[in-house]
Design a protein around this ligand. Structure first.
Ligand code: NAD
Length: 263
């Protein structure tokens, strides 16, 4: 039904078994996809341990999206080993901001830290797509991961809110630029999930508690909830969807005043 048998997915953003990207890998394998992973060198040993758990992983190469050359190397290596290979699916599950972005008053975060956060967490979608474009199969699907702090204030998310707003704008822009060739670009806006990236956000556990109490489903989402949506969007079932931000957050983004106020 998903028609993903034999399709190839490039997946960027596996750092541990808790990574949202890892859950997406699991679901894509179940759907019959082959996987090519791009991993950050500092997580190499963890990724090497994980790779044997999924037989769908055909290859994995290092990537650092902070720079043009280190991004190009990933695509060069992939194409050297598999000349002419095409990707049907691209998963961009990458986010990072230097510590200073969370520890300093927002007004005084310096340019270097701001630029790093923006390059890695937002502009890297453009960079990856630019390199991927010549190797995309017809009607490909690219998916990135965002968070609702892009449009509404969330305590302590700071610079990452700006980066997510820019990332979402990239989704709309890129969807328009590549849509004529049939390629789709979307973002999944995930509710909070405990992962390595999330562990750097001060007060994260309080946000989890708040969402659990106040979302329509009265729970938090998990990696699998997000992966299910990613697989749907990757498949022809999502063929009419592009340029969208799709919330997988137990419905939290549909609320404004907590229901408990009426108690
Ligand atoms: P994670 O720490 O497992 O994944 C983050 C990934 O980004 C890691 O694999 C890391 O290697 C990669 N990365 C960082 N800098 C990189 C660089 N320079 N080059 C290449 N890769 C780099 O955490 P996660 O929560 O699975 O994060 C995945 C995505 O989901 C991120 O964009 C994050 O902002 C987003 N997201 C997470 C949550 C949450 O609560 N966990 C909520 C909404 C959105």
């Amino acid at each position: 039904m998903l028609q993903l048998e034999g399709k190839t997915a490039l997946v960027f953003g596996v750092a541990s078994e808790d990574s949202i990207a890892w859950a997406i890998c699991n679901r894509l394998e179940e759907a019959g996809c082959k996987l090519i992973l791009g991993y950050q060198k500092r997580f190499m040993s963890r990724v090497f341990q994980l790779k044997d758990k999924l037989s769908a992983i055909e290859a994995f190469y290092p990537i650092d999206v902070a720079a043009e050359e280190t991004t190009a190397e990933f695509f060069h290596e992939w194409q050297q080993v598999s000349p002419g290979a095409k990707a049907d699916i691209v998963i961009h599950a990458i986010g990072f901001a230097p510590r200073e972005c969370f520890d300093r008053h927002m007004l005084f975060v310096e340019d270097d830290a701001l630029n790093t956060a923006m390059t890695i967490s937002a502009h890297s979608l453009q960079r990856i797509m630019r390199h991927a474009l010549p190797h995309l199969a017809p009607n490909s699907s690219t998916i990135t991961l965002t968070y609702a702090a892009s449009t509404r204030y969330v305590p302590n998310y700071g610079v990452m809110s700006i980066a997510k707003a820019a990332l979402e704008a990239w989704v709309r822009e890129l969807a328009m630029r590549v849509g004529e060739e049939g390629h789709r670009v979307n973002a999944i806006s995930s509710g909070p999930i405990r992962t390595l990236a999330a562990s750097g956000i001060p007060g994260f556990d309080d946000i989890l508690d708040h969402v659990e109490r106040n979302s329509p489903l009265r729970r938090n989402v998990n990696q699998d909830d997000v992966a299910g949506c990613a697989v749907w969007l990757s498949s022809p079932l999502g063929s009419g969807v592009t340029g969208q931000i799709i919330h997988v957050d137990a419905g939290y983004s549909s609320t404004m005043v907590p229901d408990s106020i009426s108690d």
